[in-house]
Design a protein. Structure first.
Length: 120
């Protein structure tokens, strides 16, 4: 009685195909997750830059008149309709709180306290 080796070969081929399909599905998920993390970090970096620039203006005693400011993807001031980032400023006597939003979700916030030294 002779056994056919083609059945065993076909079974090995199916197992190898399933293994590589599973491995490729995992790799695709990893690449998608990496791309998502990269996009989030780019948005947070831009939000940090916008907030830092506003703090520098505040430190140099340049008043910021509005409570809401709107910025494009490059961090330039723009109109509300064409904005990517929305910034809420909460100014008190010697402090500034900045909240940066992207698609109505807060992605960055920072508070700054400006200490005025007494003049002698």
């Amino acid at each position: 009685m002779k056994h056919s080796k083609s059945g065993l070969f076909l079974m090995e081929l199916i197992v190898a195909f399933l293994f590589f399909s599973l491995a490729s599905a995992i790799c695709v998920q990893l690449f998608v997750k990496a791309d998502t993390i990269n996009e989030e970090s780019i948005r947070k970096k831009e939000a940090s830059s916008i907030a830092g620039n506003l703090i520098e203006l505040y430190k140099n005693d340049r008043p910021i008149e509005k409570d809401w400011l709107y910025f494009d993807t490059k961090g330039n001031l723009c109109e509300k309709d064409s904005s990517t980032y929305k910034v809420h400023l909460n100014q008190k006597q010697q402090s500034l709180a900045i909240h940066v939003y992207y698609k109505e979700k807060e992605i960055y916030n920072i508070s700054y306290y400006h200490h005025q030294q007494k003049k002698l």
